[in-house]
Design a protein. Structure first.
Length: 246
């Protein structure tokens, strides 16, 4: 069953009104007709609104609200991905896959070894594109909410912001002891929010690791092989998802 996101005010008692780009997608791409059923979510309350298409208008689609249920696709904990800005379009792939894996927020981070330089205009345009990618991935993977892509932060700002999580991890190529990683991951609790820091190409500078450790962030290893930045985050998130999924 196809799923679409709407704003909360588009859900009106026994009716749901769909507007924007989804109107063309439903009418001309999916070629849906009256009587067909869809799922609608508002991206914030975690509920699924089961609807039946009643009327296909030029600029909106009117649906009858049939049933409301709780969404079962979200992880029991909030997972925050602090991603060191990579080169080229790697960030788009990282966002897409992180959303599929259940991330709650994605925070782009400028690290000492970050090559990409964004001015204010480019950053604003990039952030909007990244948010659109997150929304599309949330729709495709049937998430109950749309993960937010935050504005770009400095490493120090990211460390401070990460205090919202009770467990904070930083995979680092010089960290040793896979048993320690296994122990930490196996003790993850459903009520425990997790923050993961991933470095850009070239990894973290040793001073950044020192700052992270001083702030209570735990260095871990993801194995004996050196992973690319777009691989490291997905590996960490996959392990976390495995231990949290219920």
């Amino acid at each position: 069953m196809y799923q679409f996101f709407v704003e909360p005010d588009q859900i009106r008692q026994d009716r749901v009104v769909i507007t924007g780009d989804d109107v063309n997608h439903i009418k001309n791409v999916l070629r849906m007709r009256t009587g067909e059923e869809i799922v609608v979510r508002n991206g914030s309350d975690g509920r699924e609104y089961h609807c039946s298409i009643m009327e296909l208008k030029e600029k909106e689609i009117i649906c009858e609200l049939l049933d409301v249920s709780e969404c079962g696709s979200e992880l029991p904990s909030k997972v925050y991905l602090f991603q060191g800005l990579p080169k080229a379009d790697k960030m788009e792939l990282i966002i897409q896959k992180a959303v599929e894996l259940g991330v709650h927020e994605i925070i782009p981070v400028v690290c000492r070894r970050t090559v990409v330089k964004l001015d204010e205009k480019k950053e604003k345009n990039k952030q909007q594109r990244w948010q659109n990618i997150a929304q599309a991935a949330a729709k495709q993977s049937k998430r109950g909410m749309i993960p937010q892509v935050k504005n770009v932060m400095s490493f120090q700002e990211a460390v401070t912001y990460s205090r919202c999580a009770s467990l904070r991890l930083i995979p680092y190529e010089l960290a040793e002891g896979m048993n320690k990683t296994r122990e930490i991951m196996s003790q993850l609790k459903p009520s425990e929010d997790v923050a993961v820091f991933i470095g850009p190409e070239g990894g973290f500078d040793p001073e950044e690791i020192e700052k992270a450790v001083a702030a209570g962030i735990e260095p871990i290893t993801l194995g004996r092989r050196i992973l690319r930045t777009e691989t490291a985050g997905m590996t960490a998130l996959s392990i976390i998802m495995y231990h949290l999924e219920q």
